[in-house]
Design a protein around this ligand. Structure first.
Ligand SMILES: [Zn+2]
Length: 461
């Protein structure tokens, strides 16, 4: 087999790995790179392989850095099956439609940050997304399916977001049975809502993510205690708790955590508002897969009229519902997107809340450099929104343990479960610091030197 790394090599975005097994070519993921789409040399604007030559595409999960360029692939002439888990199929169709809509809107307005750049041509249109959805081949977890002659695919739950999967491929080469495993993104262990990432044994070739290979994050019970204290403070002061959160995954996790606080930990309930139309649609998908959650989580949510919904949780669809929250008094919780405070409804909630010291802002996810969310997390005294400066008087709490990514301890555990004797291993989907820190953790389980591939590096394995 030959493997070539076309993205997420020494960086965290643009996941795309090309496998050549015998005469078949299989692409793992087709993600968006984090780059300015308007730049003519953006890596999102062209492929470094020939889409027409592919025989199959296998998707690990529905985050944009793993699915964001699927419509470009079909636009460029790919006409074969796209394998997804059932929930990933549902979520991907929502995420890609949303992406096409945003790109269409952007293409009609000049970029305010770069007005001289002209209008940006969308990478794809809604019609391209429909084509992708039509070619989905939805597979359940834990069922081996022959996707090409002699090559079987088995999806294993990765516990990262709903529908997320580890990709296991079994095939025969030169009369020898071989097992290839791609972790996709692995979730954290013992995080309440989703199950732990599934361990896999007898791996010959491993491609592992490494996002938080350099970090040790707080355990779940500590995070819940911190959240408890934040809710108690809001109740005492009558304050608002503002939680910037991505619409996919983090929003549902936080809703669940507040439900757990109110029911299991007997914290006095306060109203929770989820303010994001995209989160509303994605939460509906989360309700369609009750079996995806841990038995504890199901016990917490079973008494409610529906999952991720109780009398304390209200979802805001319209702008009027959203604006109404600005004029309500606490105690209350507002979960809104975007997760890094760069766009969306979170901005007007912050504008109304940041100057009051009785309020709190709770950062529960990664904040990229230069984003408003990063400034808040770093404890800036003043922040600028829509040309106006605001004093940041609200209390700021950074609870990055709510991340969807396995930390160093979780990855150590997962590698140890493999039973070792891995013939070849590659680390992808990480910044240099994470890759360097994780290499010695993985090395004892691998018979050859762990490889950190550069983009477009190619290996016969
Ligand atoms: Zn992910």
């Amino acid at each position: 087999m030959r493997i070539t790394f076309h993205g997420a090599a020494r960086q965290v975005t643009g996941s795309a790995h090309l496998l050549e097994i015998g005469r078949y070519r299989i692409l793992l993921d087709c993600g968006l790179f984090d780059s300015d789409r308007s730049a003519p040399d953006s890596p999102n604007r062209s492929f470094t392989f020939e889409p027409r030559d592919l025989d199959a595409v296998i998707v690990s999960h529905a985050h944009n850095d793993h699915i964001g360029r699927l419509p470009c692939l079909t636009k460029a002439g790919y006409n074969g099956p796209i394998y997804v888990t059932k929930a990933t199929g549902d979520i991907t169709s929502i995420m890609l439609r949303d992406s096409a809509r945003i790109q269409r809107e952007d293409s009609r307005h000049p970029n305010p940050k770069n007005p001289g750049a002209g209008l940006t041509e969308p990478l794809f249109e809604i019609a391209d997304v429909e084509w992708v959805v039509d070619h989905f081949n939805r597979l359940p977890y834990d069922v081996a399916t022959e996707i090409l002659p002699g090559i079987t695919l088995t999806y294993k739950d990765a516990g990262h977001i709903l529908g997320s999967a580890i990709v296991q491929l079994d095939y025969e080469e030169n009369g020898k049975k071989r097992r290839f495993v791609f972790t996709g993104d692995l979730g954290r262990r013992d995080m309440g809502l989703l199950p732990n990432p599934t361990p896999i044994q007898n791996i010959d070739i491993l491609v592992s993510e490494s996002t938080y290979g350099h970090k040790t994050l707080d355990p779940y019970d500590k995070l819940i205690k911190q959240l408890h204290a934040i809710v108690a403070r809001a109740t005492r002061l009558g304050g608002k708790i503002i939680v910037p959160a991505f619409s996919l995954g983090r929003t549902q996790r936080m809703v669940y955590c507040f439900q757990e606080l109110f029911t299991v930990h007997k914290v006095r309930p306060i109203p929770v508002f989820v303010d994001s139309p995209l989160a509303l649609r994605l939460t509906d998908v989360h309700r369609d897969y009750p079996d995806a959650y841990t038995p504890e989580a199901r016990r917490v949510m079973d008494p409610d009229p529906m999952y991720f919904g109780s009398k304390y949780v209200e979802y805001c669809g319209s702008w009027d519902e959203s604006r109404r929250l600005n004029y309500m008094t606490g105690p209350m919780i507002v979960i809104a997107s975007s997760g890094m405070c760069e766009a969306g409804r979170i901005k007007h909630h912050l504008r109304h809340a940041v100057e009051d010291p009785d309020n709190a802002i709770v950062i529960v996810s990664y904040q990229a450099e230069k984003t408003l969310g990063r400034q808040i997390a770093n404890g800036a005294e003043r922040i600028q929104m829509m040309d106006t400066w605001f004093d940041l008087n609200a209390a700021v709490y950074v609870l990055d343990g709510f991340s969807g990514h396995a930390d160093r301890n979780d990855l150590t555990w997962w590698y140890a479960q493999s039973g070792g004797n891995i013939e070849k291993a590659f680390l992808v989907h990480g910044e240099p610091e994470a890759l360097e820190a994780l290499t010695p953790v993985l090395q004892p389980h691998v018979l050859s030197e762990v490889i950190v591939p550069e983009k477009l590096a190619s290996y016969e394995v």
